[in-house]
Design a protein around this ligand. Structure first.
Ligand SMILES: [Fe+2]
Ligand SMILES: [Fe+2]
Length: 283
């Protein structure tokens, strides 16, 4: 990858890169978990798929079907397998509360097909990271659900237009894109059709998923240690998917390229979550 492509990626992902300057491409480690500092990492067995639908409540409310997470938008075959495996692991019949909040997520993301698909992939990845971290099943499912609604603030037409714009944004426009965090939190807080726990968690993750460990994120620029673990999980999963995703104005990266770029800014990630991402996506 050339430096000019890296620069273009930085310019075109303002919501992810925020105030980062263009990131020089670091030398890429070999594609193994050990290369990223995970001791004794065993190679992961990826089971043979197909992904099959599981009988649920009112049909497929969990994104186990690749059509829901728009498999064609992520060219990296390894990432597709990670998503498919996560979808298999996370597919299950929902209890009524979970089914209801999934319906809310689907409704709130009705404004844009690409953002809905991105959110579903981030949800699968967040769920896989949460399981890798050894979180209880209920918390892992909460993290996955919160990931589905992390970008609902982008439904504001002014923000959506900027997010889909290929050109370099002005400072004011970047601030406008950044406001999808506070706007999303407000939208979720106002959803009386969500239970109080989901409403609180969803709004917290929408607000905090761009905060960084080193306190250089947005909108509050607070250390990520002051945010929820779910927000720190979504931050890492969101960053990875944004790099891996093909958009009209950029190609989707390979996993190795994306991890190389993330390594250059890894001081912003919760170290345990960052290691868990690597364990999930590196065979
Ligand atoms: Fe976001
Ligand atoms: Fe996102």
């Amino acid at each position: 990858m050339t430096r000019s492509i890296i620069t273009a990626l930085v310019l075109n992902l303002p919501e992810v890169f925020g105030n980062h300057q263009p990131i020089p491409l670091p030398p890429l480690p070999a594609p193994s978990q050990a290369a990223y500092g995970i001791p004794g990492a065993a190679s992961l067995e990826i089971p043979a798929l197909p992904v099959t639908a599981v009988a649920g409540v009112d049909g497929p409310t969990i994104p186990y079907d690749p059509r829901h997470w728009q498999e064609s938008s992520v060219p990296d075959l390894g990432y597709r397998q990670v998503l498919a495996r996560a979808a298999q692991e996370q597919s299950q019949v929902l209890d009524p509360v979970e089914a209801d909040r999934d319906r809310v997520a689907v409704e709130m993301l009705g404004f844009d097909h690409d953002i809905r698909s991105h959110s579903m992939r981030v949800a699968l990845l967040a769920g896989a990271i949460a399981r890798q971290l050894g979180l209880p099943e209920g918390q892992a499912r909460d993290a996955a659900w919160a990931a589905r609604v992390h970008d609902v603030g982008k439904g504001d037409p002014r923000i959506l237009e900027l997010v889909n714009s290929p050109g370099k944004l002005t400072e004011d426009q970047r601030r406008m894109v950044g406001s999808h965090t506070t706007l999303g939190a407000e939208l979720l807080k106002g959803r009386s059709d969500l239970g109080s726990r989901s409403r609180l968690l969803g709004s917290e993750v929408a607000l905090s998923h761009h905060e960084r460990v080193d306190g250089t994120g947005y909108p509050r620029a607070i250390p990520a240690s002051e945010t929820s673990l779910e927000a720190r999980i979504v931050h890492v999963a969101d960053f990875y998917d944004a790099l891996m995703e093909r958009r009209p104005y950029k190609r989707g990266l390979s996993s190795n390229e994306a991890l190389g770029m993330m390594t250059a800014v890894s001081q912003e990630f919760d170290p345990a979550v960052w290691n868990a991402l690597i364990a999930v996506v590196v065979p």
